[in-house]
Design a protein around this ligand. Structure first.
Ligand code: SF4
Length: 219
């Protein structure tokens, strides 16, 4: 499933089925372009076998930009509240395709807000500063903070780049403030205790970043 809605209980639903269940009202529409990721988070839905086997978010092959555009063209845009690049993997693993699709959405529907959910490790993946790439293409970037320090972050995410991943992710988040109107860092409720969440809040406050505590299985 390349393009989908999320219904109550974190259910991933085809847009046609979403409309049958809920004919009225605007909703977020999610775009899934890859199942690859440079992390292996302990709480990742992809790693939960029963979800993974059942989920139609597993892609048989990665779609081309043209294939995703064709799906976007079919959307009933009057019900779209926001386009979210998210899915069952890390979207920046396919940065070029991702940027092309963001530009396409902004071209055909500039009035619709766009959001990227990312682990924020694209600087390490590409060996350069990547925040500027999103200038003019994104309204919101939601970056997984996950933890208040590098050691805990690595324990949770098993990020491919090791301990430097945490600081690189934070630098990327701060850089994004120059190019993306809303920069939100997230931590997953239940994965972290309140003391750890308080430390995450302090870390965000010090950098002028907003923290959102995500409910588990939220998108
Ligand atoms: S960064 Fe996201 S997609 Fe990647 S392993 Fe972690 S939760 Fe899963």
């Amino acid at each position: 499933m390349l393009v989908y809605a999320v219904h109550e209980g974190g259910r991933y639903v085809r847009v046609e089925d979403s409309l049958k269940e809920q004919p009225q009202g605007k909703r977020g529409i999610y775009v899934n372009i890859t199942n690859r990721c440079n992390c292996s988070c302990s709480f990742c839905l992809r790693t939960m076998k029963h979800m993974a086997e059942e989920s139609s978010l597993w892609l048989k092959k990665e779609p081309t930009a043209e294939e995703v555009k064709a799906e976007l063209d079919k959307l009933p845009w009057d019900i779209v509240k926001e386009i979210v690049f998210c899915g069952f993997g890390e979207p920046t693993m396919r940065l070029e395709v991702l940027l092309e699709l963001m530009a396409y959405v902004k071209k055909i529907h500039p009035e619709i807000p766009t959001r990227l959910n990312t682990n924020g490790l694209s600087d390490l993946l590409y060996g350069r500063d990547t925040a500027k790439d999103f200038q003019g293409l994104l309204d919101t970037i939601s970056i997984s903070l996950n933890a208040s320090n590098a050691q805990r972050y690595l324990e949770l995410t098993h990020a491919q780049y090791g301990l430097p991943s945490f600081d690189a992710m934070l630098k990327f988040a701060v850089d994004c403030k120059k190019y993306v109107p809303h920069v939100v860092l997230t931590v997953v409720e239940k994965v972290e205790n309140q003391a750890e969440i308080d430390l995450c809040q302090k870390l965000c406050d010090e950098r002028g970043l907003k923290l959102r505590v995500r409910v588990y299985e939220d998108s």
